[in-house]
Every structure is written in structure tokens, then in C-alpha cells.
Design a binder for this molecule. Structure first.
Ligand code: HEC
Ligand SMILES: [Cu+2]
Length: 326
């Protein structure tokens, strides 16, 4: 691994981060040189016993200088804050048309699932010049996906989704690693980010073992875990119909109304007590321990695809399943 692994800026956002970093380094450098220089000069001239004339000590200190440097520093920092914040805030909002890749972190490996159904471990293949959104969760402790070439770092928590998005502009193979101390083998929890030309990515995807896309894998799990036994219209259990669930406003038994986003669906499977649906017996079983994060991703992809089947596609429905209706 050579140093360019860490210095290459592989996205426009990374270039922006670098620009800010260099500016701050230069400003800090100027301050260091100025302050150290003055200390050395005054030391050399006015050490105790030197013959330099001290002149008359003024009665009042100079307010102009005090106010001047305070205001100058204040504005410099406000300017840097404004610059950094505006880069960060634009980077927080993912574009609507992003390709969504799921990330499951666990001690001590990375699992990636592509919308096509392709999976990989400790390697992430992505197309360049494409908006990519990572939806990330952890199977155990807190991890953190650090992609130096993209200047991105985001914590990954159990029972919760965190996201980051990017648009890579350079092809190549780059290092990524876990940036949260997560146990004995934390230091080997790393891998390669392979940024490919879009046509190479398409070829790579096609060459992966075909397990069906995520939504289809989820449909099979929906049957094998017995979800369908309760959640099919006409079942003996009074359970909600899950068609069109994604993006819907759900009335809960405790009076809250929540939007059924990915995090909500995730909680329904692993923490059902958190969200009991109003008007139904509280019979949704807790599947934590029996369903893995990877399986939950497929189940949720399936539930999201249900939103598109009956023409009730909601605005939030994720774009990647539009081509994969069951
Ligand atoms: C024993 C029957 C039963 C099984 C099995 C079951 N559920 Fe449920 N589920 C329910 C009931 C009843 C509710 C509504 C009451 C509640 O929240 O407990 C519910 C609620 C839900 C909700 C929230 C629905 C809404 O309208 O907000 C989701 C999502 C869900 N289940 C998904 C699943 C998935 C995925 C599986 C399989 C892994 C599954 N369920 C298995 C009975 C079941
Ligand atoms: Cu880790």
C-alpha cells in the first residue's frame, strides 16, 4: 500500500475537504510563525540585562490593537465555520436517485449487499460517477466506516440505520477501515473500496452468483420465517396488511404517529415492543436473535417493494426496486 492510497481525493467532496484542510493548515502556519517569531525577536532584544532602550511605558494599553486582533480572529473563524458548515450541510442530503448499498458491520468484518442481490465481504465494488448511498447498521457493537479516499467517516450502530452518500470521480482500489475501537480484532476490520467505470461495474454485477435481487430474497424469507402466516389477508391472526407499508403514516397504540421508514420496519422486526400498531393485538413476535441484519435488509427491501405493487407507490419508495417488481 502506498501513500497515494491516503492522499488521493476520489470525489468532489473529498477535493472540497482537502481545500478547507489546506486553507486551515496555511492559516495555522501563519499564526505559528508570527507568534513564535515575535517571541524569539522580543527574547533576543529584551532579555533581562540587555542594553535595548525600553522607552516610556504608556499609561493605557492600546484599545485599537486589542479590538483589532480580536475582531480579525473572530471573523477568520466565522468565515472558516461558514465554509466548513456549508460543505458539510450540502453533503448531508443524499440525492433522490442514489444507488443504495447496504452495509452490515460485525466483529470483525464488513458485509455489503447490492440492490442487484450481489453480496461481498470486506470488498466494496462501486461504479464511478454515480450517486451512491450507504445504508448501514451493526450486528453487535458500534463500528465506524472510514473511507479515506472519499474523506468520509460515519458511525454504525446496532438497531439503527446511519447513512452516508458520495459520488466517486476516480477509479482505483482504495483502503477502508473501521474507525471505532470495537474489540480484539478491530485493527483487521478493513477492506478495499474498488471504484470502477460504470460499465465495468455492470459487468461485475452480472458476474456475481445470482441469488435473485434483495426484494426477491426477502420474499422467500417472508415465507420461511412465517411472516406471511400472520400478515396475509385472511389469516386467523388479526395482523396489518403490509402492502404499501413503506412511507405510510402508522398510528401506534401509545398514541404516536410515525412514518414507516427503514428504521421503523427494522424496529418492527427486532424491537416490536417499541412500536405496537393501534387497533391490533400486540402479537408481532420479536425476531432478534433469529433473524440476522443481512436477512432483515432483504425483508425490508421486500416490504419496500410491496409499496410499488398495487400502484400505491409512495414518493419515498426507494428507486432501486422499481425495476424488480415481483
Ligand atoms: C404471530 C403473527 C405474526 C408474525 C409471525 C409476524 N407478525 Fe408482524 N405483526 C403482527 C401483528 C399482530 C402486528 C400488529 C400489532 C403489533 O404491532 O404487535 C404486526 C406488525 C408488523 C409490522 C408493522 C405494521 C404496520 O402497519 O405498521 C411489520 C412491519 C411487521 N409486523 C413485519 C413482520 C415481519 C417482517 C415478520 C416476519 C419476520 C412478521 N411481521 C411476523 C403479527 C405477526
Ligand atoms: Cu469495527
Amino acid at each position: 500500500m502506498n501513500i497515494s492510497q491516503f492522499t488521493t481525493a476520489a470525489s468532489d467532496y473529498a477535493v472540497k475537504v482537502d481545500r478547507l484542510f489546506y486553507l486551515e493548515a496555511v492559516i495555522s502556519g501563519i499564526v505559528v510563525v508570527l507568534v513564535t517569531g515575535l517571541i524569539i525577536v522580543f527574547f533576543a532584544l529584551y532579555y533581562r540585562g540587555s542594553s535595548m532602550p525600553r522607552g516610556d511605558v504608556p499609561e493605557h494599553k492600546s484599545h485599537e490593537i486589542e479590538i483589532g486582533w480580536t475582531v480579525a480572529t473572530l471573523f477568520t473563524f466565522l468565515f472558516l465555520f461558514w465554509w466548513a458548515a456549508s460543505d458539510q450541510l450540502t453533503a448531508l442530503t443524499p440525492p433522490k436517485d442514489a444507488l443504495e448499498i447496504h452495509v452490515v458491520a460485525k466483529q470483525w468484518m464488513w458485509r455489503f449487499q447490492h440492490p442487484s442481490g450481489a453480496r461481498e465481504i470486506d470488498e466494496l465494488h462501486i461504479p464511478a460517477h454515480t450517486n451512491i448511498r450507504l445504508a448501514m447498521t451493526s450486528q453487535d457493537v458500534i463500528h465506524d466506516l472510514y473511507l479515506p479516499a472519499l474523506r468520509l467517516k460515519q458511525d454504525i450502530l446496532p438497531d439503527r440505520y446511519t447513512y452516508e452518500w458520495f459520488n466517486a470521480t476516480k477509479t482505483g482500489t482504495f483502503h477502508f477501515t473501521c474507525a471505532e475501537f470495537c474489540g480484539t480484532d478491530h485493527s483487521i476490520m478493513a477492506g478495499s473500496l474498488v471504484i470502477m467505470k460504470p460499465e465495468d461495474y455492470a459487468r461485475w454485477t452480472a458476474a456475481q452468483p445470482q441469488g435473485g435481487d434483495l426484494a426477491h430474497q426477502g420474499e422467500a424469507l417472508f415465507r420461511s420465517f412465517g411472516c406471511s402466516g400472520c400478515h396475509t389477508p385472511g389469516s386467523t391472526v388479526h395482523a396489518p396488511d403490509l402492502h404499501g407499508i413503506y412511507g405510510r403514516a402508522v398510528q401506534l397504540a401509545d398514541g404516536r404517529t410515525v412514518t414507516a421508514d427503514e428504521a421503523y420496519l427494522h424496529d418492527c422486526i427486532f424491537l416490536p415492543d417499541k412500536n405496537r400498531v393501534a387497533g391490533f393485538p400486540p402479537l408481532m413476535p420479536n425476531f432478534s436473535g433469529s433473524i440476522s441484519e443481512g436477512q432483515a435488509i432483504a425483508l425490508i427491501a421486500y416490504l419496500k417493494s410491496l409499496a410499488t405493487v398495487r400502484g400505491t407507490r409512495t414518493q419515498n419508495a426507494s428507486p432501486e426496486h422499481t425495476g424488480s417488481r415481483p
